[in-house]
Design a protein around this ligand. Structure first.
Ligand code: AMP
Length: 253
């Protein structure tokens, strides 16, 4: 079985992001970048399937700047076999990303496509769904467990009040939730080995995809600063403030 995993380069989750003064986006200058955490879970799941003898080839794909090779090398060190970088500007909308991934899927014919449920920078939560629609393939979103069978995959999802398990015919698209697995760290020998694994660089043109302006980012704003709290002297004073200042309680009954 061949697996395609999509990994995105994002601002490291420990970084406190700064919005640019012209509100055109987040300042990425000198900011630590990393693989999107949900994509790390996607890579880990693919590697576990390979270790269990259920997958033979893991291709990791990233759409991003040349520097995204760093995240692809990390994925290779974690156990992926091959990497593909589609060079493009940061901040591309999800439909363009999905169209590029669909073009790679047409070329590579993977049996399973694993994506993160969302990228922690844009919080879009839509690329996997769009990709499944473009390919006309079933999708299992927010997977917290998967089990590959002959020609199909069972995907367990956390839903209100319990778990729901569905069977999808392969090829299928799965997006990862937090509890699917706990990703490993890359060992030093594997980091060294990853340097010799194949990493192909393509352009959208090479895949026959013309990017379109489907949507436009208008502005990014920081949340309004939180006001300091106060201490109230009594329950009556608290009720009075909730009623008359915060206006979250109705009038006296
Ligand atoms: P999103 O829909 O943007 O929240 O992203 C969901 C998932 O789509 C991510 O976890 C990745 O698996 C994939 N994805 C989004 N953007 C990219 C990208 N530029 N390159 C590769 N994969 C991506």
């Amino acid at each position: 079985m061949k697996i395609l995993v999509a990994v995105k380069r994002v601002v490291d989750y420990n970084v406190k992001v700064r919005v640019k003064s012209d509100q055109s986006g987040v300042d990425l200058a000198n900011v630590k970048m990393a693989m999107n955490p949900f994509c790390e879970i996607a890579v880990e799941e693919a590697v576990r399937l390979k270790e269990a003898g259920k997958a033979s080839d893991i291709l990791v794909v990233c759409i991003g700047p040349a520097a995204a090779q760093e995240q692809l090398r990390t994925a290779l060190a974690l156990g992926a076999d091959r990497a593909m970088l589609i060079e493009a500007e940061t901040g591309m909308d999800s439909l363009n990303v999905a169209r590029l991934l669909a073009a790679v899927a047409e070329r590579e014919s993977p049996d399973l496509l694993i994506l993160g449920k969302q990228a922690i920078d844009s919080d879009n939560n839509q690329t996997g769904q769009m990709l499944a629609a473009l390919l006309g393939r079933p999708q299992g979103t927010f997977a917290s467990a998967i089990e590959v069978q002959e020609g199909s995959i069972e995907v367990t999802r956390e839903v209100d009040g319990g778990l729901s398990t569905q069977r999808l015919t392969l090829p299928a698209v799965v997006t990862t939730d937090l509890r699917l697995n706990e990703p490993r760290y890359a060992s030093l020998p594997n980091i060294m080995k990853a340097k010799r694994k194949p990493l192909e660089t393509l352009s959208p043109d090479d895949l026959g995809v013309t990017l379109k302006a489907h949507s436009q980012l208008l502005r990014v704003e920081t949340p309004a600063p939180r006001q300091g709290g106060i201490k109230v002297g009594s329950v009556d004073e608290l009720l009075d403030k909730l009623r008359n200042e915060a206006k979250v309680l109705g009038g006296e009954s």
